[in-house]
Design a protein around this ligand. Structure first.
Ligand code: 5RP
Length: 222
């Protein structure tokens, strides 16, 4: 099976976690796009979605799924999102699609995080994928120096020759070469650095369930 087919498989499999009559939290990325397409087949059985990015909002609305502002919804039963890396404890690295801040917000208001990913995303320890960190531009150089001091190599993510601007008007720093042996401690530490909006380690809002697309079908890790 191709990676695209594996993504479609887990996107479809995630439907069983959607609670009928409720609003579902929806992440961002190519795997989530497959989930959104699948969700459209049951759109009459849900109230709508809270979306984690402008891109997902556009796709949801195009398929006729109502999108609610996160402030309108106190709590969500479930949040479905992809990951760039996930370990066996459900800790993740996210933000490859630059939507990490809104993803963490929607994850925080959800009772259950269901991660959907193809098997290439499962790792023994986080850190091989360059860690995305959303940063207020004024603090970029300082935050990058702090990562260098930790042994990493940091670069500002570019788009069309300019720093990429997130949905929140900020920049993304991608950090290579980090060893994230204690994801909770790492997230707690970096989140407190002045100018860091969101670090792409999701350990405090980790996945309770991971639907992993493999060549032999969907494996459920929980
Ligand atoms: C976006 C994300 C995505 O969930 C992550 O990058 C995985 O994306 P894909 O499903 O395209 O591999 O965190 O900010």
């Amino acid at each position: 099976m191709t990676q695209d087919e594996l993504k479609a498989l887990v996107g479809q499999a995630a439907l069983k976690y959607v609670v009928h009559g409720e609003i579902v939290g929806v992440g961002t990325g190519s795997t989530v796009n497959k989930f959104i397409d699948a969700l459209a087949t049951m759109k009459d059985q849900i109230k709508g979605a809270v979306s984690s990015s402008e891109a997902s909002t556009v796709r949801l609305k195009a398929l006729g799924i109502p999108v609610f502002d996160s402030n309108e919804v106190e709590s969500l039963s479930v949040y479905i999102d992809g990951a760039d890396e996930i370990d066996h404890q459900g800790h993740m690295v996210k933000g490859g699609g630059a939507a990490l801040t809104r993803e963490k917000i929607v994850a925080a208001q959800s009772q259950k995080f269901v991660c959907i990913a193809d098997e290439s995303k499962l790792v023994d320890a986080l850190g091989a994928f360059p860690l995305p960190v959303e940063v207020i531009p004024m603090a970029t150089a300082r935050v990058m120096r702090q990562f260098v001091a930790m042994g990493g190599t940091a670069a500002v993510r570019q788009k069309d020759g300019q720093p990429l601007v997130t949905d929140n008007g900020q920049h993304i720093v991608d950090v290579k070469g980090l060893k994230i042996t204690d994801p909770v401690a790492f997230e707690n530490t970096v989140s407190q650095w002045p100018g860091v909006v969101t670090v792409g380690v999701f350990a405090l809002q980790k996945a309770q369930v991971c639907l992993l697309g493999t060549s032999t079908g969907v494996k459920t890790l929980s």
